[in-house]
Design a protein around this ligand. Structure first.
Ligand code: UGA
Length: 449
């Protein structure tokens, strides 16, 4: 099939590249000319495991190309995917201006080129419930019928860091539309995946849109729930790693997304939870659970600060903190809504110096105005002369650190493990004063939220 992908962020580029890998002819469109130069050179503009080799392979085979205009290849294209960014505004409302400008450009080109072939317009960016129907109304305002252009919602469930693998091994594929012909066409695209028993759910536009928000908000709920259990463990002396394991062994609960830590980040869970709360407010419905999930997460990101302040007698002036991990999770270089940023900002505002190391992030503009911040080249360099280590992102390379060597280069042996990478015993045996989230507190006042 001939496909066009508009927007080459991580979802757009992974989707386009993987659809080309399945034998389709894919044109990716982006208005960022610098990015297009990188892509045409068969390089990925961001780190995503398994992407670059597929990008190269499919470009060389002539199945994947890049351009700046949807006009190129418009006529031959069967299915258009709109995957441009929908950034969050402060209120939780989404900025849908890029998304709608693609919609209008699509209908303009369809109309002005006198096109009459059947085309499928797929919304893959996460958009508020009702957006698909808005696009139908826009189509009607152009005098274009359902027999000419059908609108489909096909939410994505890819995770950054494992997006390529997730594309080929999805738990489910959701396609929503009122047009059966369009559902058949989109379903055919995913047929090679459904042969592996992946359920394909055909439903309405609104249901497909809401299912994406419901899924991400539920994942966020699981994380905030286990984080609250971790906090309760700190007050009771229970161990949250066992609590999480015991809960997860119940098939009705499931073991995934019960990892406790410094709160969830990234470009999706925070934004989607907020956006669902915002939509509910507009509809006059008080979405209590999702609002609480957000509040718990905001607090969780800052929680370690109260321990740090207590431990250092509320004076961090001149102290040096070594932060391990800047990305919002391992295997990505994305720092959006990362807990590290919240912690680093608080430390710097308290007069501390911060050195950070991350295997994939070596530049951050967020702290440009602060003299006390630097990014260094490895885990031992970051620990040099530090008064405490704070492990925020659980990259695999942080799991096998030589703890004795780390301790030997530090000013004071204090370790805040926010991801339960090390057992409290292992840290203490290596001579550290240790805090392990939900498992072991330092001898300071406990944060009661
Ligand atoms: C999330 C969803 O998992 C995907 O299914 C969805 O497609 C994607 O959003 C999206 O909407 O595009 P992603 O943001 O890539 O994927 O990352 P996750 O793996 O969900 O992790 C999000 C955050 O939750 C990270 O900060 C991670 O450290 C945290 N997390 C995750 C926990 O604290 N505990 C857990 O048990 C799992």
């Amino acid at each position: 099939m001939k496909i066009m992908i508009v927007g080459t962020g991580y979802v757009g580029l992974v989707t386009g590249t993987c659809l080309a890998d399945l034998g389709n002819f894919v044109t990716c469109v982006d208005s960022d000319l610098k990015k297009l130069t990188v892509l045409k050179g068969c390089k990925s503009p961001f780190y995503e495991s398994g992407l670059e080799e597929r990008l190269k392979r499919n470009s060389e085979a002539g199945r994947l190309s890049f351009t700046s205009s949807i006009r190129d290849d418009f006529k031959e294209t069967d299915v258009f995917f709109n995957i441009v960014g929908t950034p969050s505004l402060e209120s939780g409302e989404l900025d849908l201006s890029y998304m709608y400008s693609v919609v209008r450009e699509f209908f303009d080109v369809y109309k002005n080129t006198g096109c009459n072939d059947f085309k499928v317009f797929v919304m893959k960016s996460t958009v508020p419930v009702g957006t698909g129907q808005e696009i139908v109304a826009i189509r009607e305002s152009y005098g274009i019928s359902d027999d000419q252009v059908a609108i489909v919602s096909n939410p994505e469930f890819l995770r950054q860091g494992t997006a390529v693998d997730d594309f080929f091994h999805p738990d489910r594929i959701v396609i929503g539309s009122s047009c059966d012909k369009a559902l058949d066409i989109v379903q055919k695209l995913y047929d090679p995946l459904s042969r592996r028993d992946t359920p394909i759910v055909r439903t309405s536009l609104q249901t497909a849109e809401l299912s994406k928000y419901a899924s991400n908000t539920y994942l966020a709920t699981k994380i905030s729930f286990i984080n609250e259990m971790a906090n309760l463990c700190e007050l009771t002396g229970a161990d949250v790693s066992d609590v999480s394991k015991i809960m997860g062994l119940d098939a009705r609960i499931g073991r995934y997304f019960l990892n406790f830590g410094p709160g969830y980040g990234g470009s999706c869970l925070p934004k989607d939870t907020k956006s669902l709360v915002h939509l509910s407010e507009i509809l006059g419905y008080d979405l209590k659970i999702a609002s609480a999930v957000e509040a718990v997460n905001d607090h969780q990101k800052k929680r370690v600060m109260s321990y740090i302040l207590d431990y250092f007698n509320h004076d961090l002036t001149g102290k040096i903190f070594a932060v391990l991990g800047l990305s919002f999770k391992p295997n990505t270089d994305d720092v959006r809504e990362s807990s590290s940023l919240v912690i680093i900002e608080s430390l710097l505002n308290q007069g501390a110096n911060v050195k950070a190391f991350d295997p994939e992030v070596n530049f951050l503009s967020e702290f440009d105005g602060y003299d006390g911040f630097s990014i260094v080249g490895d885990s031992y360099e970051v620990a040099e002369s530090a008064d405490a280590i704070i492990l925020v992102t659980e990259w695999n390379m942080f799991r096998e650190l030589d703890l004795k060597r780390l301790k030997s280069v530090m000013n004071q042996p204090v370790f805040f493990d926010l991801r339960n990478v090390y057992s409290p015993k292992k840290l203490e045996d290596a001579g550290f004063d240790a805090y392990v989230v939900g498992r072991k507190c330092l001898k300071v006042a406990i944060d009661k939220g």
